[in-house]
Design a protein around this ligand. Structure first.
Ligand code: V47
Length: 367
């Protein structure tokens, strides 16, 4: 018999065992519990029902084509203005060279995102994707957030459908989950006033799903948002998933304050991060995968998160891009070998399975 220190968790355990969907209030109760291990056990039970001991990782590389951005998000340490000395925009040739290095290292995925750069023509993106595909047809291009797609539709004066169709025709295979931040107002406007709102982010994700492409979803937590904001985020993602079903994976992103306009904040602690992984697993009953993104959690906490509902550690990353510039000063190079990823997973008592971006197993010839 499972023992809970918190009787509310016991009630929720009963509802989960009956296959019930948890309510907004139950989401709050999960966050407010002091019974961390009880919460973890609930999330782990759901995770093991879906995936057993399987824990996924992938071999990937991040590539940021430009750091020039008009959005001015308070949590971002990555963006620059065009006049800044350290602003950059990569040429398509640079991108193909970097993709070649990634493929030589065994990467199956290139994760491509950048700033909202008003100096680039739309053809830059179609050229970028078609050149990458021409050079490396098997490399999956997981590219552009809903915020970038929204910017393109407005800036280049195209319909959403046209933007998605042209980018997909050029080689965009799926979209990463960035730009979701926190949907709830007024928090969203306070941290990213110039980005599209939560409803628009969800609308675009739905349109990408309808075009037949998968996307991911994220939530940035541990800044000025409330617990209510977080649970609202889960409920809205879950409702969108009921409608269009194209989210593969949810990735909670632990806020890392250095180098941002919110650098006086402490960021989330370890307990908060484990709770966020667990509550997301329990609230997002229609998401298959919960990713413990080791770049933001740190390797050790990401490993522990595998016992709190996560079933994916993401990847080798290599040159982690937009999230890693200040992080790497503190923690060193943002890169993990396949061997290290596998050890983290196996030492946590799980089975490591290499996946591609859409969660097919990758079989490699033994060397
Ligand atoms: O939208 C920005 C977040 C996101 C900070 O889909 C920050 O597989 C923490 O979405 N501290 C972009 N987080 C990254 C992203 C992502 C990452 C890995 C995998 C996938 C995927 C998606 O990063 C932004 C924002 O929410 N972010 N600044 C920061 N200082």
């Amino acid at each position: 018999m499972t023992y809970f220190y918190d009787s509310r968790l016991e009630q929720i355990a009963g509802r989960l065992a009956d296959g019930e969907r948890l309510s907004f209030d139950e989401g709050l109760a999960l966050y407010h519990t002091d019974d961390l291990n009880g919460l973890g056990r609930l999330a782990d039970t759901v995770r093991r029902k879906k995936h057993g001991k399987t824990t996924y990782y992938n071999v990937n590389r991040h590539f940021n084509h430009t750091n020039i951005c008009v959005a001015d998000c308070k949590f971002c340490g990555f963006y620059r203005r065009g006049r800044d000395e350290d602003s950059y925009t990569h040429s398509v040739e640079d991108a193909v060279k970097i993709a070649g290095e990634a493929v030589a290292e065994g990467a199956t995925e290139l994760h491509i995102v950048g700033g909202l750069n008003s100096k680039l023509p739309f053809e830059y993106y179609t050229d970028l994707f078609s050149s990458l595909k021409k050079a490396y047809p098997a490399l999956h291009l997981k590219a552009l957030t809903m915020v970038e797609l929204d910017f393109f539709a407005r800036f280049y004066k195209m319909s959403d459908e046209e933007v998605i169709e042209k980018l997909a025709a050029a080689g965009m295979d799926s979209c990463p989950g960035g730009g979701a931040e926190v949907f709830a107002e007024p928090t969203r406007s306070r941290i990213c006033d110039h980005k599209c709102d939560g409803d628009r982010w969800l609308e675009l994700a739905g349109k990408v799903h309808k075009a037949g492409l998968k996307t991911n979803a994220t939530m940035l937590y541990g800044h000025i948002e409330t617990i209510e904001d977080r649970v609202d985020h889960f409920v809205r993602l879950r409702e969108q998933q009921d409608k269009t079903g194209g989210f593969q994976c949810f990735i909670p992103l632990a806020f890392y304050p250095p180098g941002t306009a919110l650098s006086s904040l402490p960021g989330p602690d370890g307990i908060d991060s484990l709770k966020t992984i667990a509550v997301s697993r329990l609230m997002l009953d229609n998401f298959d995968h919960i990713k413990a993104y080791w770049v933001m959690l740190g390797k050790n906490l990401a490993q522990a998160a595998l016992h709190y509902g996560a079933n994916d550690l993401d990847g080798t990353i290599t040159d982690g891009g937009e999230l890693t510039e200040s992080y790497s000063v503190e923690f060193g190079e943002v890169k993990m070998s396949k061997g290290e990823l596998i050890s983290l997973i196996e030492n946590a008592g799980f089975e490591a399975v290499e996946r591609d971006t859409v969660y097919n197993r990758v079989e490699r010839a033994a060397v």
